[in-house]
Design a protein around this ligand. Sequence first.
Ligand code: THG
Length: 279
Amino acid sequence: MKTILKGRTSEVVIDTEGPVIIIGESINPTRRKKLVSTLQDGNFDFVLELAELQIRAGADVLDVNVGFPGVDDVKLLPETVRRLQEKFDIPLCLDSPNPKAIEAALKVAAGKCLINSVNGEEKSLKNLLPVAKEYGAAIIGLCMDDDGITHDPGKRVSIAEKIIERAVKAGIKPEDVVIDPLAMAVSADPRACLVTLETIRLIHLKLGHNITQGASNISFGLPDRESLNAAFMALAIYNGLTCPIANPEKITAAVRAADLVLGRDDFAVRFVEYFQSHQ
Ligand code: THG
């Protein structure tokens, strides 16, 4: 299955047959005080710098999250999108829990964005599916619903099925629904990663959709996050993860390695290219 995203003129194909597409996570205020303070001053230089670093490091798509307490993201998200697209021809993933901010951003965005995210809650489906349809956007479907988060992989898959069914009813193409199985901190729950991996395996096998996840979530609160993230990334890719939201400055080498190991990089062309350009 292929999900196509677009920038101003560029096109990125997320294909369940691989290779892996990296959605850069770094435009996110989580523990980035400088992002918050510069945006509060109406200064977009640092956002643009983060974008450039990620693109150079291998990001194919950029996640854009500018939500922090006290911000009016109905204004700030579209303004950030505009500034990014002025300078970079790369598809965007609009990351906000506020449907009004998502819609405002879609109004100004060029190309075809990925909405991050829709979940199985009735309110979320009702608010966002018509917006996705109207602006021709793809969506991330998060495997949680009105009952919250389940630790049963089978139930997470049922929620994914529900989101896909409702999206298709709303006129969205099935391939434009990318599923997020939910990746959570393994420091808080020893089985968290296993549940995610099993959910990925089942979604890949039974539904065949593209799969994303916030891949750095799993290592919150632990040392050497890079090793942990790389180990989980490889296992997740083997099970069907195709477009992780992650930090390309730290994960691209492991992603290229996984693609090579899984026979999706003939003669190691991309692996060697990445190695040479990052010496
Ligand atoms: N699913 C979906 N969207 C998501 C998430 C998800 N968006 C947000 C989040 N989870 C994914 N993005 C991040 C961004 C940053 C970090 C983790 C997840 C992170 N940052 C470092 C830190 O906090 O220490 C700081 C930067 C760094 O050193 O790289 O961990 O699950 N659909």
